[in-house]
Design a protein around this ligand. Structure first.
Ligand code: CA
Length: 531
C-alpha cells in the first residue's frame, strides 16, 4: 500500500510550513514553523546582537519591544542572574556593542527586586566603563525613572570611585554623547569630591577653570587649546600631545592634517581609536608602505594580548577591514590608498580577536544561509555588513581552525560559493554580497550531505531560522542523516538575528544554539563538539 494519509501527517518528514506533529513549534515570520528559544537564550541574543536596524521580517521597534519583554520576564524570574549575565558578556567584550548591556542594566534598575537593584549598583562600574557609557545609560534611564536616589548614588559612585587621573582622561576624551556632557551628569548627581584632585576635576568640568591639584592632563588641554592656526605650531602640538598623553579629541582641528601630530597621537593611542583612524592616518601619509608607523600598527593589530585587553570585538575589526580595503568612506568624498600590509594585519586581527580555540579534529559541515532575508539589515549599524556576509565571516573562523571542513551555502537550493579558508575576509565579503536572493530551506546542508554520503560529525548552520521552503524540517533531516549514515552528528545553530526562533530542537542534547558574533562562539562550539 502506498502512503496515503501519512504522506501528509507523519513525524519523520514534515513540510516546513507545518509543525512536526506533537512537537511544540511556533510559526516563524516566514510562514514556516520553528522551535521558539527560551527567554534566557533570547537575553543572550539581545545582549550580543542587539536589535539595531530593521530585519527582513521585523522593524527595529518590534524586535526591540519583543526582546525587552523577554528580558523583563527574565528579570522577574531571577534578576540577579540577569545582572551577572550582562556583566559577564560586557566584561569579556563578547558583544560588538555595549549598548544592549546598558539597556538591560536600566531594565534591572527598574523592574528588579531589591537584590537585583543592589546587584545592578554593585555591577555599575564594570559595565559603565567609559564616559560614553555613562551618557548612554543616563539617556536610556530617562525612559524609566526620575532622578531618584538610586540614580544619584550610581552616578556619584562612578565619579568618586575612579582614580582622579583616569577620571580627568575620561573628561577630556569622552566629552559628550546623546545630548549629555559630564557637566550635566555632575550637576544632577552633585557628588561630594573625596579629595582635592577630584575636586579639581569637577571644578574644571563644571566651571571650565583650572585650579590647584588638577591632574596634569588638564593643564595639557589648556595649553593645546590656545595654540593658534600656524603650521609651525604643529610641532608644539605634537610635543604637548607626547608630554601630557593627550587624546585626539582635544587636538584643535587645524592640526589634524599633520603627520607630526598623528605620529605623536599614535604613541599612546588606544586600540579602538587606532582601528577607527586607519583611513585618516593613511590619507595624511603617516601610514604608507614600510613606514615605521605602519610597522608599529601592524604589530599592535596582530598582538592578541592588546586586542583582548582593549576588548576589541571581531566585528569592529571586520567593519574596519571592509571600509579600509575599499579605499573610500561610505559617505563623503574621503578616499585613500589602502596599504596592503594593514589589510593583511586586519585580516589576522579578526581571527585573533576571538577567544582562542584549539582544533577538535572533527569533521565539520558549515552551512551559510544566503537567502534573501539574510541580505537585509545591518549588523551593529555597520553599513553593508548584512547577516549574510557576517555569517560567511563567522564560518571562516571554523574553516581556518579545523582541517576537516566543507563550507556550503544554501537558500531554497544549495548555492555554489567560491569560499575557502585561504581567502582573505574582504574577498569573502565580496563573494557573499554578490549572491542573488532566494527562499530558505535550512534542512539542505543535511539533505546534501546525506545525498553525497559526506561524513560529518557536526553541522553548523548560520541562519535567522526563518526557514519555510523545504519538505522536511531541519531536525528531521538531521535524524535521517544520523540513521542512514550511522553517525550521531550534532547540529549547531548560529543565530544571526535577535529573534525568538531556532531550528535547533531544545530537547535534543546533540543540538546547540549559539549567538552569532559572540566572540566566545568558536570556543563554545568546539567545547560542545568534543564533549
Ligand atoms: Ca530567509
Amino acid at each position: 500500500m502506498s502512503k496515503k494519509y501519512s504522506k501528509y501527517f507523519n513525524t519523520r518528514a514534515t513540510r516546513q510550513t507545518q509543525p512536526i506533529p506533537n512537537r511544540n513549534m511556533v510559526p516563524n515570520s516566514a510562514g514556516g514553523f520553528a522551535f521558539s528559544v527560551d527567554d534566557w537564550v533570547r537575553l543572550d541574543r539581545f545582549l550580543i546582537l542587539g536589535s539595531e536596524g530593521s530585519s527582513y521580517y521585523a522593524s527595529e521597534q518590534e524586535l526591540t519591544v519583543k526582546n525587552a519583554k523577554a528580558v523583563v520576564r527574565c528579570i522577574k524570574t531571577d534578576g540577579v542572574r540577569v545582572v551577572n549575565r550582562l556583566v559577564e558578556i560586557s566584561q569579556a567584550g563578547r558583544a560588538p556593542k555595549n549598548d544592549p548591556a546598558l539597556f538591560v542594566l536600566v531594565l534591572c534598575s527598574k523592574f528588579g527586586d531589591l537584590a537585583t537593584k543592589h546587584a545592578a549598583f554593585e555591577a555599575f562600574n564594570q559595565v559603565v566603563r567609559i564616559g560614553t557609557h555613562l551618557f548612554q545609560f543616563n539617556e536610556e534611564v530617562k525612559g524609566f525613572r526620575g532622578r531618584g536616589r538610586w540614580l544619584k548614588r550610581v552616578n556619584t559612585a562612578w565619579y568618586n570611585s575612579m582614580n582622579a587621573d583616569r577620571l580627568a582622561y575620561q573628561a577630556v576624551k569622552y566629552q559628550q554623547r546623546d545630548g549629555w556632557t559630564h557637566r550635566d551628569v555632575l550637576r544632577l548627581a552633585k557628588p561630594v569630591p573625596p579629595d582635592a584632585a577630584h575636586n579639581a576635576v569637577y571644578h574644571w568640568i563644571t566651571k571650565d577653570e583650572l585650579i590647584e591639584n588638577a591632574p596634569t592632563i588638564l593643564k595639557g588641554v589648556e595649553e593645546i587649546r590656545i595654540l593658534k592656526k600656524v603650521p609651525a605650531k604643529a610641532k608644539v602640538a605634537a610635543k604637548l600631545i607626547r608630554e601630557y598623553k593627550l587624546p585626539r579629541e582635544v587636538v584643535p582641528t587645524e592640526f589634524l592634517n599633520s603627520i607630526q601630530v598623528w605620529e605623536a597621537l599614535l604613541e599612546d593611542m588606544p586600540m579602538t581609536a587606532m582601528i577607527r583612524n586607519l583611513a585618516t592616518m593613511t590619507r595624511i601619509g603617516l601610514i604608507k608602505p614600510m613606514s615605521k608607523a605602519t610597522k608599529l600598527i601592524q604589530s599592535r593589530l596582530t598582538n592578541q594580548n592588546y586586542l583582548t585587553k582593549a576588548r576589541i570585538h571581531p566585528i569592529a575589526i571586520l567593519s574596519a577591514l571592509k571600509t579600509y580595503a575599499q579605499g573610500h568612506g561610505e559617505r563623503g568624498t574621503n578616499s585613500w590608498e589602502p596599504v596592503q600590509s594593514i589589510v593583511d594585519a586586519l585580516d589576522e586581527a579578526f581571527y585573533l580577536a576571538f577567544k582562542n580555540v584549539k582544533p577538535t579534529g572533527k569533521r565539520w559541515v558549515l552551512g551559510v544561509d544566503v537567502s534573501g532575508s539574510m541580505e537585509w539589515g545591518e549588523i551593529s549599524g555597520i553599513k553593508g555588513l548584512t547577516p549574510r556576509v557576517a555569517a560567511g565571516a563567522m564560518a571562516m573562523i571554523t574553516a581556518k581552525t579545523e582541517a576537516e571542513h566543507v563550507i556550503t551555502a544554501f537558500s531554497d537550493q544549495m548555492v555554489k560559493v567560491n569560499l575557502s579558508h585561504t581567502k582573505r575576509l574582504d574577498e569573502v565579503l565580496d563573494t557573499l554580497a554578490q549572491i542573488s536572493f532566494g527562499g530558505t530551506d535550512c534542512a539542505l546542508p543535511m539533505v546534501w550531505a546525506l545525498k553525497h554520503k559526506v561524513k560529518a560529525d557536526v553541522f553548523v548552520i548560520y541562519t535567522d531560522s526563518e526557514t519555510w521552503y523545504g519538505d522536511i524540517h531541519p531536525v528531521q533531516a538531521l535524524q535521517k542523516y544520523r540513521d542512514k549514515m550511522g553517525i550521531n552528528a550534532k547540529l549547531i545553530v548560529v543565530g544571526m538575528l535577535s529573534n525568538g526562533f531556532s531550528i535547533a530542537d531544545p530537547k535534543d542534547a546533540g543540538m546547540l544554539d549559539i549567538v552569532g558574533f559572540d566572540s566566545a562562539a568558536p570556543a563554545l562550539m568546539s567545547d560542545f563538539v568534543i564533549q
